[in-house]
Design a protein around this ligand. Structure first.
Ligand code: GLU
Length: 551
């Protein structure tokens, strides 16, 4: 009896690996094309770290005309939750992550390199495990839990490194006949890789992000096929990324310590290993210290958080690119209208120690993103958010024609106004443009430099007399100057500065008084545009009411 007979006994019904090698040929892609994957376990939940990876992968594959695929790693069936795959797919969709191949629902997929769900690739893994057994590079291991515990106890007593390796690998040296005998007797087993490694030898690995790293060789006889016939992560990774013709494995650096195992497996199987890019997880600063962003402690770890807050997916994506490559910010400034897919993202320029998550910065990026949207886009996205999360805003936006005018204020300018960071801000940002909200709020006018009721009333009365909604912006402003002059305020700020004692205040203060009367705010977008949108009747009515209130 030889290795081949043993392999046939263990896996009698699987195909030869040549079948799969032909079925999944090298991809015919342009030079430099990146083929990579997002490979979550179906826990129904995409973490900000997963989204981060997807955003980078999408930009990278689009730019190089490569392929991004979604592979579901569901070989640990204990951890699985119902509808977990759909949860992931929906999260990716909600951030407009477009992948080329992979799962599109719990059971459907697209692409020629599937199945993309590991639990239905059992035959494939077994074929490759058989291939290793045939060459004497893998073997059945009959160790029970008790035996494993016993080995560990002995190792502890002998003060040696724990693990299933070398002399401790109890079933490694079983003869083919002995192993066959046990299998025929129905003894339970797993399949282990017979590691040729030695712990006292080093391997060198060049990681795309982390650079050169040295590791001791792997000498553990790791399990490749579990008792349930499914592969372990290590083995599935190697078989899948070989057959799916992955060029770059981009994954969180919690996996970097597995590199010796993975490279060894690739080598012993006779496959070319992909490039590895291990990125550090996104960090958060707390009490002056950096720590990993955590599902348990940080609401912003769950991608659902961004939807609830109404932070547009485009903003989140831009922000993530921003923290991935510091050159993004300048690129964006120079190319405000380009799609992020045109950004020359570089894996090797990522921070080795982990990007820091900063909500303030994210909201800042988001303000810029929203400021570049058309009024129509703002309307559509804010309404969509409101339908789910804010009946009040939904109601406010019912009159689309008017809402478009409100969102149109200062939009499309060379330097558009950056005042909305998320859809949850919209209500507060625009409610004063609606009489029903304007009057419903407590009238809390904070007048500034000109703050005597009588002075304000005079300005407003004169303004009501002169206001003509057909004035263009210049004529409109000239009138405010004129009123300022008549009431003894400086018509130019310059004049005022040159001679402050000669005036009570200046034209800017007059304009502020009108602004506060009209909007109950000191800071608003362009007042001329606001008046145009409110319309003459509302403008006059608000000013008159304010004169009354000030009496
Ligand atoms: N299923 C693994 C995880 O969710 C994937 C790691 C990898 O990308 O290879 O962590």
């Amino acid at each position: 009896m030889n290795y081949k007979d043993l392999a046939d006994l263990i896996f009698p019904d699987v195909k030869e690996i040549s079948y799969y090698e032909e079925k999944y040929p090298e991809r015919n892609l342009p030079e430099g094309a990146v083929v990579t994957r997002f490979a979550p376990s179906p826990t129904g939940y995409v973490h900000i770290g997963g989204l981060y990876q997807c955003v980078l992968e999408e930009v990278l594959t689009k730019r190089t005309n490569g392929v991004l695929f979604l592979r579901v790693e569901d070989t640990d069936q204990k951890r699985e939750i119902e509808n977990g795959i759909n949860g992931i797919i929906d999260s990716l969709k909600s951030f407009d992550i477009n992948y080329d191949e992979g799962m599109v629902s719990e059971s459907e997929e697209k692409g020629n390199y599937g199945p993309y769900k590991q639990s239905i690739r059992g035959d494939i893994y077994q074929a490759y495990a058989k291939y290793l057994i045939e060459q004497g590079k893998a073997y059945p291991c009959f160790c029970s839990q008790e035996e494993l515990d016993e080995i560990r106890e002995k190792q502890t007593a002998a003060k040696v490194r724990p693990g299933y390796y070398g002399v401790w690998a109890k079933y490694r040296t079983l003869t083919v006949e002995e192993a066959a005998e046990k299998i025929k007797n129905g003894e339970k087993f797993v399949v282990r890789f017979k590691s040729p490694g030695r712990e006292d030898r080093k391997i060198k690995h060049k990681d795309v992000i982390k650079g050169n790293i040295e590791f001791p060789e792997n000498d553990l006889d790791i399990v490749i096929i579990k008792g349930d016939g499914l592969p372990t992560y290590h083995f599935a990774h190697v078989v899948d990324d070989h057959l799916m013709r992955t060029t770059h494995v981009i994954r969180c650096d919690e996996w970097v310590s597995s590199i010796p195992i993975h490279l060894q497996l690739f080598y012993e199987m006779g496959f070319k290993a992909p490039k590895y890019a291990h990125y550090a997880p996104i960090m958060k600063e707390e009490d002056g210290k950096k720590r990993k962003i955590s599902k348990r402690k940080d609401p912003e770890a769950a991608v659902e958080f961004y939807h609830k807050e109404g932070i547009p997916s485009q903003s989140v994506k831009e922000y993530l690119l921003n923290i991935a490559n510091s050159s993004f910010e300048n690129w964006r400034r120079a190319n405000p209208d380009k799609s992020i897919d045109e950004f020359d993202f570089q894996l090797n320029k990522m921070s080795v120690s982990g990007a820091l998550f900063d909500m303030v910065k994210l909201l800042d990026v988001s303000k810029t993103v929203i400021s570049r949207m058309t009024a129509e886009e703002v309307y559509e996205k804010a309404s969509e958010w409101a339908t789910k999360y804010s009946p009040e805003l939904s109601k406010l936006l019912e009159n689309k024609e008017y809402a478009l005018k409100v969102f149109g204020i200062e939009r499309g300018n060379k330097k558009p106004r950056k005042d909305i960071a998320k859809w949850a801000d919209v209500m507060e940002n625009i409610d004063y443009m609606y009489d029903e909200y304007f009057y419903a709020k407590e009238q809390n006018h904070e007048y500034q430099v000109i703050n005597e009721n009588e002075d304000i009333a005079k300005i407003l009365s004169l303004y009501i007399e002169r206001y003509d909604e057909n004035d263009d912006k210049q004529a409109w402003f000239d009138k405010i100057k004129e009123i300022a002059g008549e009431l003894g305020y400086a018509k130019e700020v310059k004049e005022f500065k040159a001679n402050p004692d000669a005036y009570k205040a200046h034209v800017g203060d007059v304009s502020t008084a009108i602004r506060v009367a009209l909007t109950a705010r000191t800071n608003t977008p362009d007042m001329y545009e606001i008046m145009q949108v409110l319309g003459k009747d509302v403008v006059i009515d608000r000013l008159q009411k304010e004169i009354e209130r000030l009496k």
